[in-house]
Structures are given as structure tokens and as C-alpha cells.
Write a protein that binds this ligand. Structure first.
Ligand code: ADP
Ligand code: MG
Length: 696
């Protein structure tokens, strides 16, 4: 039976075809349910009046009661404004209008009592309220409660669909359809969590009777949102574990040989543990879908190599996909060194692989001669065919889209390869739980022995000479240095000029022969040439843009200078810092900025100076930027939540996940009568907009 809430919005009283089409195009509202879930983005507190003496700039919209005095027109022709004083018994605040001056002059009266509603802000050193709402006190105005405010658009407003009329429509909707909102949680669970019934929650999110009820409504709706996403993710994970057949890789002769005779260093305990977890997956008969989290420099590459060996040891092939050519090259160099020790053929495929080489390589992959391959997106192309792909490792996963990952997965027709997703950007746990809630997670939480944490300092441009002196000393001690400049598309020309200027000033200070340069637009050959010179310690300084952000590994480099550090995001800064501190020597990260910094930039810089902990940094990042930005648009479908906020609702998310786990543990198929409401709701979700089928 179709749900009443799925009724098309044009059938709601007061809507009609024209408004319906506006609701469709401007708000993505197509059904009663969509409108019901169109939540206010803020509320106006009309329950209380403030006194002017208490008003300060950080207050939201507030209500005052008083009199207007001394209305005057000021400013030059073309930039005239109207100012007035608003008085109550405790003081006076300035009002100002920039538009509609004539109308305001005519209609606003001095010396009669008004109820004023507006947002105080600081203008220079003086508080004022711009374009206040004014009305004469009446019984209804004084009785008002908490008013919801809905986002609307200019176009909608022109057609009379402003916040107030949206609110009216929702009132109508709740009156006709409120009773058909089904409870989604079992009674026991709802009571245990002390939550409002869903119907009441919807009523109070749109029309709160007081702030306490508003909070309870929010709590309930946020919980529902998080709970059902988690439930779905956990179900997917369970399904995959019970249904998705995977290769069984038990033999490990070459792996053992490498481990016993050719290991270049002793593995950390964390590396050993993770390799063990992966091996267990390979023996389980089910497809592995594992996320490997490890801070920069924690040694994920070696884990990747062991994982790939498991495939090769069992007569299948392995591939590793990286997001950039530089990174692919880097991985290739490292893995080749390892692979050669045990006589395994390995190759690389990128966009700049020559056609003739590519053809040979494709043949070798198809007939199974080539056992291991490293590459970029080029690996996904349709003509890249494997004889039998056993393991896919994806590095720096956040740069790949969902669809791309799915493509790699489909390279085999019968049994899908095991998938190991590696990410160096520590994702806040809340976000990981949502983005990768259906993956198993391994964490390398230990750095190789002997690593000294990178020392990070903040220096102003004015102390550049001191910085140079420090660099000179490091070079004399045999160390190498990165100097990184921001480069963004919008200001590419000037940015590139800064890189060039920086390069030249380094050449002047340290000698042309010892400085390398690298930026995105260089040809792959030129990049590789410069990278090699730096790797061989022929050049001492690498001036670069963020092309070196991820993965580059030159253990002898001990100083990372970041120019215009205020222009980088936190995760970028952390990635860049991760390029040093890879050897036994003490390493340094120097963040250069001018004196003028925004509040946010200062938080970022201070965070970097304070901590080396990637998770802590990721949490600050999430709070500053919000989840959508953090993950890029590709995965935003799942993190663009309606009401919950991953940065703020971490606790609630954990609770939702735990409750979901407990329920599935007792009743995996949700067959019991208590869980019927849950099952019904999940079925409804199948038709919603999130594509659940291939999250990983
Ligand atoms: P990431 O996790 O950032 O990808 P890498 O795999 O690039 O880190 O490793 C960083 C550096 O640490 C490399 O130079 C690597 O050879 C080295 N390394 C990795 N594991 C160990 C270990 N167990 N002991 C010593 N050095 C290690
Ligand atoms: Mg790496």
C-alpha cells in the first residue's frame, strides 16, 4: 500500500500547480514526506524580551520593546542611510536602514511603543541593528512563541513562498497527515532512550512549544537519521560477509621467504597485527573489504606489499592504485625494490605510459605473466584486463569516487578481488563510521621505532632571514629541504609566479645547482627528472606546489617550509608535514605567514604547532569545515544529513551505531514483531535518493 506521505505535494491544500513546481525546483520537495522533512534552519525566539543594556554582538535575532527617537538621514547622495535611536528603560541602541528609506521615513513613527526584532551587530565600535522588524504591540504579538525560519530563495520569495508561507503549508500538512506518521522505533527502545514519539518530534521541530521540546524533537530526529543509516551500513556489511564469496588465499611461501630473508626493517607490532587481520580475511572465504587507516609515515606501503603477496602466492594478480602519477611512481619504486628480491615481475601503468609499452603490458596482464601492477586511474580503463585479479589496493582513497572504486571491483566476472583501501588522512571516527560504516577497519596506531616527532613552528615572513640561516645549517649537516607554495586554480598565474620567485630566491641564496622545482603543469618526464635529482641528494632544496602533498618519501629530507601556510587546509598541512620525519634525524616543519591572519587560519596554525596527532587534527578540521567539504562532493550523498551533524553529534552517532548493532545481533533479519517498525522504515528507505549499493 502506498504511504500517504508519498502523496504528491500539489495535492496539499494551498499548494496548486504553480507552487508545486516552485517547491520542486527550488527546494527539491516533491511529496508530503519531503515537505515534512524540510526543517527550519533557525528559530526566532519571540517568547522573551531583552533589555537593551544586555544586548551584545554575539546575540542571534532578539526581541526588544521600546521607542524610536531622533530619526535622521545621513551620508552622501548615492550612499544615504537612515539612522535612529531605539530606547528602553535600560539604554539605547542605534537602528539603521540602507534600503527603502522613503518608505521607512513615512511609516515608522517616533515616540510610540514598538516591538523590535533584529540581529545586533558591531559597526565600528558601536552596536546597531540593521533593518529591524517593527510592529506595534498587540495581544497576538505578545503571545507569540518560537517561530521557525526556513531557508528560501529569491525566486520563491518573489512568488510569495517565503519562510512564513512555508511554515503555513507545513501547518496544513501536519494537520492532515500528522496522524499518518508511523513510529519507526520499537516502543521499548524509544522508552529506553527517553525519546519523543516520532509524530510529536515532527510537530515540535516545526512548531516548538518551548525550547525544551525543541531540543527533544531534534534529538529524536537526529537519532532516527543516524540510526537508520548505521543500520543499513551494518546490514550491508553483514550481507557481504555472509553472501559475497571471496578467493581463499592460504598459501604464503613467497611471503614467508620475503619476511624471513629480505625484510628491510623489522615490522612494527601494529604492522604485524594488521597483516594478520588481512590474512585472516583472505582465509575466510568471503570477500575482504577493509579500510586501513594509518597516519602519514606509519608504514602502510609495506602492509600493501604483504597483501599483494598473498594474492600472488595463490596464483592471482594484484594491483595498487594511487591518485597521482608521482605517487604511483613512488610506490612503484618502493615495491619494485622489494619484489625484485623475490624475483616477482612488477610494472607500472599511468596516463603517460608509452603506447607500445602499454600494449605489451596489457597483454602480460591478460595472460597472467605480470603479477603485480601499480598505477593511476589508467588502471580502471576498460581495456585493462586481468587474467585473475586477486587483490586491489587503493591508496589515498578519499580522492577516488565511488564509481571508480566499483569499476575496479568489477574487473573479475565471477569472484570479486579482495579490496584494501588505505587512507593517510585520518578521518574523524564519526565520519569514518558513516563513510566506511560497512567496511572492516584496521588501524596502524604506531610509528616505526626511532622516529622523532616533527617539531613545528610558526614564523612570520619578517623573520625570513633567520629561517634561511636555519636552512643553511641543515644543508651543511647533509639534510634536504622542501619549500611548498599554495597553488589554486582561481589564482594560478600569480600563485605560479610566487613559486618561481621562491625558486629564484632559493637559487640566489643557496646556489642554482642545489635547487629543484616541481609543479603540476610540468611534463611527467620533467617532474620525474627533478624528483630523481632530489632523491639522489643531488639537489638539497625542493621548491614545489602541493603536487608533493601525498606519499612522496625522501627520508633524508628533514625540513618542510610551508609558505603562505594560512592558505592551506588542516589536512593538507598535516599531509605536507608528513613528508618529513621519515628518517632517524630530528625534523622540522616551518609554517610561514604574514601578520594578518583570520580567526580560522590562526586555529589551523595553532593546531599544527600544538599536535602531531592526525586524529586530533582531523577532528578540528571537521569542526572548522563541516563534513561535506572534508570528503569532497563525491561521497556527500551519504554525509549530507538532513538534521544530524557529524561534527557535533559524535556521541549520538556512537549511540545510534551501538543500538543498531545490538538490534542486528539479536535479530539479523529483523523478523521479530518488535522490530517490525524498523523493517518497515528500512523498506521505505530503499526508494530514497542515496545509492547504497556500491558505497565501497
Ligand atoms: P605511509 O603510511 O605514510 O604510506 P610509508 O609506507 O611511506 O608510510 O612509510 C614511511 C617510511 O617508513 C618509509 O621510508 C618506510 O620505508 C619506512 N618504514 C615503514 N615501516 C617501517 C618499519 N617497520 N621500520 C622502519 N621503517 C619503516
Ligand atoms: Mg603512503
Amino acid at each position: 500500500m502506498p504511504d500517504y506521505l508519498d502523496t504528491k505535494i500539489e495535492f496539499l491544500k494551498g499548494v496548486g500547480p504553480q507552487k508545486a513546481s516552485l517547491l520542486n525546483t527550488e527546494f527539491n520537495i516533491f511529496t508530503y514526506r519531503d515537505l515534512l522533512n524540510y526543517f527550519p534552519f533557525r528559530y526566532e525566539d519571540r517568547t522573551k524580551f531583552h533589555s537593551i543594556a544586555q544586548v551584545h554582538e554575539d546575540m542571534p535575532f532578539i526581541q526588544l520593546r521600546g521607542y524610536i527617537k531622533n530619526m535622521t538621514l545621513v551620508g552622501k547622495e548615492g550612499s544615504k542611510r537612515l539612522v535612529a535611536e531605539f530606547h528602553d528603560a535600560t539604554g539605547c541602541i542605534e537602528l539603521v536602514w540602507f534600503r527603502g528609506l522613503q518608505w521607512v521615513t513615512k511609516s515608522v513613527k517616533t515616540n510610540i511603543e514598538y516591538i523590535l526584532f533584529g540581529k545586533p551587530s558591531l559597526f565600528g565600535s558601536k552596536l546597531n541593528i540593521a533593518h529591524p522588524e517593527l510592529e506595534i504591540p498587540s495581544e497576538s504579538a505578545l503571545k507569540r512563541a518560537i517561530l521557525p525560519v526556513y531557508h528560501t530563495t529569491e525566486k520563491a520569495k518573489k512568488k510569495n513562498l517565503d519562510s512564513k508561507s512555508i511554515s503555513k503549508l507545513i501547518r496544513t500538512l501536519l494537520d492532515v497527515a500528522g496522524k499518518t506518521i508511523d513510529e519507526t522505533l520499537p516502543e521499548d527502545l524509544r522508552k529506553k532512550l527517553g525519546m519523543l514519539p516520532l509524530r510529536e518530534a515532527y510537530e515540535h521541530i516545526h512548531f516548538p512549544s518551548d525550547f525544551d521540546m525543541l531540543n527533544r524533537a531534534r534529538y529524536r530526529l537526529k537519532f532516527d537519521e543516524l540510526f537508520f543509516i548505521q543500520l543499513k551500513l551494518l546490514q550491508l556489511k553483514n550481507q557481504r560477509k555472509t553472501e559475497q564469496e571471496g578467493f581463499v588465499f592460504k598459501k604464503i611461501p613467497t611471503l614467508n621467504e620475503f619476511y624471513k630473508h629480505h625484510l628491510p626493517f623489522e615490522l612494527t607490532n601494529a604492522q604485524k597485527r594488521v597483516i594478520r587481520e588481512i590474512y585472516d580475511d583472505m582465509c575466510s572465504g568471503k570477500q575482504m573489504n577493509r579500510l586501513l587507516q594509518g597516519d602519514v609515515g606509519s608504514g602502510k606501503t609495506m602492509v600493501a606489499f604483504f597483501t599483494m603477496l598473498m594474492a600472488v602466492d595463490n596464483d592471482t594478480q594484484a594491483c595498487l592504485m594511487a591518485p597521482t602519477e608521482i605517487l604511483a611512481e613512488q610506490h612503484y619504486r618502493t615495491l619494485k625494490e622489494y619484489a625484485e628480491k623475490i624475483h616477482l615481475p612488477i610494472s607500472i601503468l599511468t596516463g603517460s605510459t608509452k603506447k607500445s609499452e602499454r600494449n605489451i603490458l596489457l597483454e602480460q596482464l591478460k595472460n597472467g605473466e605480470m603479477k603485480m601492477i601499480v598505477g593511476t586511474h589508467a588502471l580502471i580503463e576498460d581495456d585493462v584486463q586481468f587474467k585473475k585479479l586477486g587483490v586491489t589496493v587503493i591508496d589515498e582513497q578519499h580522492r577516488f569516487g565511488v564509481a571508480q572504486r566499483a569499476k575496479l571491483w568489477q574487473k573479475n566476472h565471477d569472484i570479486p578481488p579482495h579490496v584494501l583501501v588505505m587512507t593517510a588522512t585520518p578521518i574523524p571516527r564519526t565520519l569514518a563510521m558513516t563513510l566506511y560504516g560497512d567496511l572492516d577497519v584496521s588501524v596502524i596506531d604506531e610509528l616505526p621505532k626511532g622516529r622523532k616527532p616533527v617539531k613545528t613552528v610558526h614564523r612570520y615572513d619578517s623573520s625570513r632571514l633567520n629561517v634561511f640561516a636555519f636552512l643553511r645549517k641543515q644543508i651543511e649537516e647533509g639534510r634536504q629541504i622542501y619549500v611548498v607554495y599554495p597553488l589554486v586554480e582561481e589564482s594560478e598565474k600569480t600563485d605560479l609566479k610566487h613559486v618561481m620567485d621562491g625558486y629564484e630566491s632559493m637559487c640566489r641564496a643557496f646556489g642554482e645547482g642545489v635547487v629543484s622545482i616541481m609543479y603540476g603543469k610540468m611534463t611527467p618526464e620533467a617532474k620525474e627528472f627533478e624528483m630523481q635529482r632530489f632523491l639522489r641528494n643531488e639537489t638539497k632544496i625542493m621548491v614545489a606546489t602541493t603536487v608533493i602533498e601525498v606519499g612522496v618519501n625522501v627520508p633524508n629530507a628533514t625540513v618542510m617550509v610551508i609558505e603562505n601556510a594560512e592558505r592551506f587546509g588542516l589536512s593538507q598541512l598535516h599531509q605536507l608535514r608528513g613528508r618529513v620525519g621519515r628518517g632517524a634525524e630530528q625534523s622540522y616543519c616551518i609554517l610561514m605567514t604574514g601578520y594578518k591572519l583570520t580567526k580560522e587560519a590562526r586555529i589551523r596554525i595553532d593546531t599544527m604547532v600544538r599536535t602531531n596527532n592526525g586524529f586530533e587534527i582531523a577532528d578540528v578540521d571537521l569542526k572548522l569545515r563541516g563534513p561535506g567539504d572534508l570528503t569532497g562532493t563525491q561521497q556527500s550523498g551519504i554525509v549530507n544529513l538532513r538534521i544530524a551533524d557529524l561534527a557535533q553529534d559524535a556521541e549520538l552517532l556512537k549511540r545510534a551505531r551501538n543500538e543498531a548493532m545490538a538490534i542486528l545481533q539479536n535479530d539479523p533479519e529483523l523478523q521479530t514483531i518488535q522490530n517490525l517498525p524498523i523493517r518497515t522504515e528500512l523498506n521505505k528507505m530503499k526508494t530514497n535518493r542515496i545509492n547504497w549499493s556500491k558505497i565501497s
